[in-house]
Design a protein around this ligand. Structure first.
Ligand SMILES: C[S@@+](CC[C@H](N)C(=O)[O-])C[C@H]1O[C@@H](n2cnc3c(N)ncnc32)[C@H](O)[C@@H]1O
Length: 415
């Protein structure tokens, strides 16, 4: 299929059916189609603010694919590298592929009007819904622009070498053989690739020697010190990246993984098989302790569901699909997950809370609210090679190109 038409159809699935980029990526075969799709998502708000005044009559809902094609066309004119006339011509032709030849005049007219305004200088903030930009401004005074700009970049691909299956040196040799260049991440096992490759094309992927994992997420192994034989609980486990990182860093820990979604439980189990790990996997709801046999854990990871605001580089549809009204619900769920997990922790045990959010409401605010009720909990100070300390935790930001936005806080239960 034509790249522009494919990108428009994928964008339509996001707008109309709230699909995620992961869910529609399979329909985008070429790098160009993926660039049109991701670029249109990243700059959706800025593009719509310019396009909408140029559309004289509203486009019927059943023709939203044409509106999406206009967005793809505008993205190329404003942000793309294709010469404007070629981009415009090809976008008009893409109407044929959508079987809507009647829309050629509309696309041509609107994009020509937009072309007359080019080059257009748009601010970074214009690519964001105002509530998102405001929360970043409040949370990171003086840094709003750099944080927002970083979230609009493409994220690098980082990998975690499975230390149970091979050494880092041995895996680096495999990468070199395959002509894949890399630099070091922030843990021994993490490598950041210079150029992304499909996961299944990573050397020895199917032998379980490697996994894709963001360099910020991999830092979990530096934060939750475990000893062989200790019992670890992961309350929100799938797809298992942090759980497996911990199992690879310390041999022979007894890990229990709880996950509420049966589909994600199945994926977690298949990943455990691929990597050669045998955690106890339970399908259950970690806002209750129904699944618990009463034996306490030495260490707990609560990697809570959140807005995903720190991962906008990889999932730019978050800017469109996420809503400020949902943040309160996330916060309540995060607190329930923490409070339940705490009941299963041994005296003297450690609990690591994390989110892939850059919003304080899901991070420090949650830990502070939890501490207000849990007197036998104390904060353990953290020090990481990247990011910044917060009042009670640590915030990673995508202004460091290697990491997404992540938040960590470590709590210790009194003996
Ligand atoms: C941020 S993801 C976890 C990522 C994972 N720890 C990793 O590193 O790969 C959150 C997970 O929690 C699951 N989840 C959400 N609510 C839950 C609940 N009440 N109990 C258990 N799992 C839950 C979601 O289905 C999702 O798989």
């Amino acid at each position: 299929m034509d790249d522009r038409a494919a990108a428009a159809l994928a964008l339509n699935l996001v707008l109309k059916y709230r699909r995620t980029s992961d869910q529609v990526l399979g329909s985008l075969d070429s790098p160009a189609a993926r660039d049109y799709f991701f670029g249109s998502l990243r700059h959706y708000f800025a593009i719509c603010s310019l396009l909408d005044p140029l559309i004289k009559r509203p486009i019927a809902e059943k023709h939203q694919d044409i509106y999406c094609l206009l967005i793809v066309g505008a993205y190329q004119l404003i942000y793309g590298r294709t010469p404007e006339h070629a981009a415009l011509h090809a976008t008009v032709q893409a109407c044929q592929e959508l079987k809507k030849d009647w829309a050629k005049g509309l696309i041509n007219g609107v994009l020509r009007n937009l072309q007359r305004q080019c080059p257009i200088n748009l601010s970074t903030e214009q690519s964001y819904p105002s509530w998102f930009a405001n929360l970043i401004d409040q949370g990171y005074p003086g840094k709003m622009r750099s944080v927002l700009a970083a979230l609009l970049q493409r994220a690098p691909q980082a990998v975690r070498v499975n230390l149970k299956e091979n050494t880092v040196e041995a895996y680096c040799a495999l990468l070199k053989q395959a002509g894949i260049n890399y630099s070091n991440g922030y843990t021994k096992a993490t490598l950041v690739l210079n150029k992304a490759v499909r996961q299944q094309d990573l050397p020895a992927f199917y032998e379980g020697k490697v996994s894709t994992q963001d360099a910020g997420a991999s830092l979990v192994t530096e934060l939750l010190p475990l000893k062989s034989g200790q019992r670890l609980l992961d309350t929100c486990a799938a797809p298992g990246g942090k759980l497996f990182a911990l199992m690879e860093a310390t041999p022979k820990i007894q890990a229990t993984a709880v996950e509420v979604s049966s589909r994600r439980v199945a994926y977690l189990a298949s990943e455990a098989d691929r990597l050669g790990h045998s955690p106890t996997i339970l399908e259950g709801d970690s806002t209750s302790t129904d699944w618990w046999d009463g034996t306490p854990f030495d260490a707990i990871l609560v990697d809570a569901p959140c807005s995903g605001s720190g991962t906008v580089r990889r999932h730019p549809e978050i800017l469109i699909l996420q809503e400020i009204q949902r943040l309160r619900g996330y916060q309540q769920q995060q607190l329930r997950l923490l409070a339940n997990a705490w009941q299963t922790l041994k005296p003297g045990g450690l609990l690591l809370y994390c989110t892939c959010s850059v919003f304080e409401t899901e991070n420090d605010d949650v830990i502070k609210a939890f501490l207000a009720d849990a007197r036998e909990a104390s904060v353990v100070n953290l020090a990481l090679p990247t990011g910044n300390p917060t009042d009670v935790g640590w915030q990673l930001l995508p202004t460091d190109y290697k990491t997404d936005g992540f938040y960590y806080a470590l709590l210790k239960r009194a003996e």
